[in-house]
Design a protein around this ligand. Structure first.
Ligand code: ZN
Length: 174
């Protein structure tokens, strides 16, 4: 270490800055005025239409968000008509359920954003899960290994899990 600087030797020079105080008493440096405004406002204008107020100080309003989503959705080329499909976080396992939803929500099917679904199985229990518990030979106890094998065999009978496939557009065929 060439230049030793002890705490008492640290050079500190006074400068004048302007701080801005919000109504809640929090002080903001003059370079943080944007943050001060964002922190202390309770409503924002939509950054797309510049017209509507947004909810929860989000960037865009519901209308514009829906338009953005719809444009992105319409651009998807991969399609399916296989059930289940999903709208938001709701799954539909047949046409009847879907039509009921359209009716209840007064929704025109052509305006709906409906994705296809994919399936995945639950992950098998990997013996590495217990890698810190190997015996003196570096192996898992036989009994434990048997339980893991048994578990994995039984897991094959557990129905797979559905989830949204956001790359596949669901085509509703009445
Ligand atoms: Zn908007």
């Amino acid at each position: 270490m060439e230049n030793k600087i002890y705490p008492e030797d640290v050079k500190l020079e006074p400068v004048n800055v302007t701080l801005y105080k919000a109504e809640n008493g929090i002080l903001y440096h003059e370079s943080k005025l944007d943050k001060a405004r964002q922190d202390n406002c309770n409503v924002r204008k939509c950054s797309i239409c510049l017209e509507n107020d947004t909810e929860h100080k989000w960037r865009v309003c519901d209308d514009c968000m829906h338009k953005e989503q719809l444009a992105k959705y319409k651009a998807i080329s991969k399609t399916t008509s296989d059930y289940p499909c999903i709208i938001g976080d709701q799954y539909f396992f047949d046409q009847g359920e879907l039509e009921e939803y359209f009716e209840e929500n007064d929704l025109n099917p052509s305006d709906a954003i409906i994705y296809g679904c994919k399936q995945r199985s639950y992950p098998f229990l990997d013996e590495n899960y217990y890698e810190e518990y190997t015996n003196e030979n570096g192996e898992l106890p036989e009994k434990l290994q048997a339980i893991i094998n048994d578990f994995n065999m039984k897991l094959k009978d557990v129905p797979m899990l559905w989830y949204e496939d956001s790359e596949t557009k669901f085509i509703y065929e009445p």
